[in-house]
Design a binder for this molecule. Structure first.
Ligand code: ATP
Ligand code: MG
Length: 647
């Protein structure tokens, strides 16, 4: 392997940070010595109606399996995100909205946001929504999406946000699964200049959802959409008949806050349920630490609120911390590939957080669209969603951040509520491609296939031996599935499904899903490792690697490679890539098949779906599995048509 470059903590970050290295280490020691004191302090960052005395009550064991945090505490999430800031920060901007059209942006202060949330809460109440009822939200990235989530939280309704890119079938499945009676949507959405027919999709979905009695429609484009009398209402017709004051519902810390379905990278999405107190404490704590956040700084997380990243780092974490949070309706490459950076300049974004898929896509377009912008306001960069290849990390660092901005590579899952492993900008030296170390209170462990605990520098299956407040509490409606999926593989531990390597400095490197590990002639190889090597080649924009049955080696290495826009596919570049991987990793890792792919199958959150690529590589075309979360099904047809020759 090539030498790993280490980026030390810049002195100014160590100085200004909430936690420098010594303080980080002290916090980790304190969790061990005085867990109750430590976790009580984490709870103190929230405003409680009744402060909890029961702090942590958890067992991962089958006999008495339960997870409770702050179990006798009473609070309301919307109060923590809004009301408590009004006295001192009522006129501060809470939300900057950047529309798909680059000429349109608006701002909402905390006072304005508070009034809008209360109004929508009252509208929901008037429609009969009560504490504990489920509400499905299917909206574009407009401030009303955050308003709708917070309005549910205010009255104790449980929201289920469905990403606006999902099809009618996927919406219907998610509505039926949690049995919502009310849907909040918009006439249409706009993404990259294209219209998304949200209301029409909902109409189609509701043909199989007889339980839905009301649909509230926000006007986004003003398009004419069919309205079913008695069921469908424009929000603009409802909002003026209610007050903009609404008493918050007192909620137990363990009352549900939301249900959210996972991305579907590995199979049918799971309805992850998060609760009120622990989730908010963890979202807020991690937002402050990982981004070294101070109230009023302009924070932009590009994730859609349809994903957990949008829940925790567009809405709940930032607003709980009195942030100015950016909500972006568009896409990275519209109208041009400079868009992200233009938005950063326009709104003086200080902290920018996005996904490797976006970074790789922009890197593919070269440096010029980045360099056309200033980006002087940016101090810190972040990434989440997939392992980031060192090559993409270095580009992000060098070109986007001009070597001035630390990068926080945050590893976490829908199930974990918020970040579990990440560098802290004032405490952790960076290694490109590593999510570095656990946050205080997080206890990762590597085990082998039989559950034997692995020590030292080694590869293994990533578990967590103890709980943290933001942990999911159940799979909605299927508690047995919750236990079976996460706690039965290695008894007494939470199994993440991810593989990881720990290096000699105790840094963690996520190697991909454990299911994606390839075994070539007895060598266990993480797909991320080979992909990183491929992307490290000048001609390659993106790569996905899977195994397929191979008579001699057990498994062969099948690589799908997307070349940069200015590179033509050829046999010579194929040979070159094979040599390249041999040199970077070792001869045993040399690809058996390289297929050039103009696009890769991705979930709608932008993650590569290796499960489908594996089926294509195995020639098992009748069995592609659940493709409902695929962003662009046409990509699969091309891959099938051009699938490579085995050797
Ligand atoms: P499903 O569980 O339905 O298959 P999913 O796992 O893609 O979908 P998410 O909860 O959105 O759904 O994603 C969590 C996963 O994303 C992690 O388990 C990990 O594999 C990957 N991931 C997230 N952040 C990082 C990161 N910083 N580095 C490496 N991998 C990451
Ligand atoms: Mg997952």
């Amino acid at each position: 392997m090539s030498e790993v470059e280490v980026f030390p903590v810049p002195a100014e970050w160590a100085k200004r940070a909430h936690l420098d290295q010594a303080a980080y280490e002290a916090a980790c020691r304190r969790v061990e010595a005085d867990p109750t004191g430590f976790w009580t302090d984490v709870a103190r960052r929230l405003d409680w109606m009744t402060f909890p005395t029961e702090i942590k009550d958890v067992s991962f064991n089958k006999e008495d399996f339960h997870i409770r945090w702050y179990g006798d505490g009473i609070l309301n999430v919307s109060v923590n995100c809004l009301d408590r800031h009004l006295a001192t920060r009522g006129d501060q901007t809470a939300i900057i909205w950047e529309a798909d059209d680059p000429h349109i942006s608006t701002k909402l202060t905390y006072k304005e946001l508070h009034a809008r949330v209360c109004r929508m809460a009252n509208v929901l109440k008037a429609k009969g929504v009560r504490k504990g009822d489920r509400v499905t939200i299917y909206l574009p990235m407009i401030p009303d999406a955050a308003v709708a989530m917070l309005a549910c939280a205010r009255i104790g309704a449980v929201h289920s946000v469905v990403f606006g890119g999902f099809s009618p079938d996927s919406i219907a499945g998610r509505i039926q699964d949690c049995d919502s009676k009310l849907v909040i949507t918009a006439d249409e959405g706009l993404r990259g200049g294209k219209v998304v027919p949200l209301k029409l999709n909902v109409d189609e979905a509701l043909k199989t959802c007889p339980g839905v009695t009301d649909v509230i429609v926000i006007r986004r484009t003003q398009a004419e959409v069919p309205m079913t009398a008695g069921r469908d209402h424009f929000y603009s017709d409802l909002k003026d008949s209610v007050s903009d004051r609404c008493d918050p519902e007192p909620m137990n810390a363990e009352d549900p806050l939301f249900i959210l379905y996972t991305s579907g990278s590995t199979g049918k999405p799971k309805g992850v349920l998060h609760t009120t107190g622990g989730y908010l404490a963890w979202a807020s704590y991690t937002h402050e630490l990982v981004f070294d956040y101070r109230p009023g700084e302009v924070f932009w997380c590009t994730a859609d609120v349809g994903w957990v990243t949008g829940h925790s780092y567009v809405v709940y974490g930032p607003l709980a911390n009195a942030a100015t949070t950016v909500i972006f309706e568009g896409v990275p490459n519209y109208p041009t590939s400079s868009r992200f950076w233009e938005v950063c300049d326009r709104h003086q974004v200080e902290i920018f957080y996005t996904a490797p898929t976006a970074i790789r896509a922009l890197m593919r377009e070269g440096d010029a669209p980045v360099k056309a912008t200033s980006r002087k306001s940016i101090r810190l960069l972040g990434t989440v969603g997939e392992p980031i290849n060192p090559e993409a990390w270095l580009w992000y660092h060098r070109v986007v951040g001009e070597e001035r901005c630390p990068i926080v590579d945050t590893w976490w899952q829908t199930e974990t509520g918020a970040t579990l492993m990440s560098p802290l900008p004032g405490a952790t030296a960076l290694k490109p491609g590593s999510c570095t170390k656990p946050l205080p209170g997080v206890k990762p462990q590597l085990v082998d296939a039989d559950g034997k605990v692995l020590e030292g520098a080694i590869n293994g299956n990533l578990c967590l031996t103890d709980s943290w407040p933001g942990q999911m509490r159940t799979v909605y409606g299927d508690h047995q599935r919750f236990f079976d999926t996460y706690f039965s593989t290695y008894p007494g531990k939470y199994f993440t499904g991810d593989g990881a390597r720990r290096d000699e400095d105790g840094y963690y490197w996520i190697t991909g899903r454990v299911d994606d590990v390839i075994n070539v002639s007895g060598h266990r190889l993480g797909t991320a490792e080979i992909e990183s090597a491929l992307v490290g080649h000048d001609g390659v924009a993106e790569a996905a690697v899977v195994g397929y049955p191979h008579e001699i080696k057990g498994q062969g290495i099948y690589c799908y490679v997307t070349l940069r826009t200015d590179v033509e596919p050829s046999d010579s570049i194929r040979a070159d890539l094979r040599q390249w991987v041999r040199r970077e990793i070792g001869p045993f890792a040399a690809p058996d098949v390289i297929q050039f792919a103009p696009g890769l199958p991705k979930t709608r959150s932008g993650k590569i779906m290796r499960r489908i690529l594996r089926k294509i590589a195995e020639d098992d075309l009748s069995n592609l599995g659940d493709t409902s979360t695929l962003a662009d099904p046409a990509v699969v047809d091309d891959l099938v048509k051009n699938r490579g020759h085995r050797r």
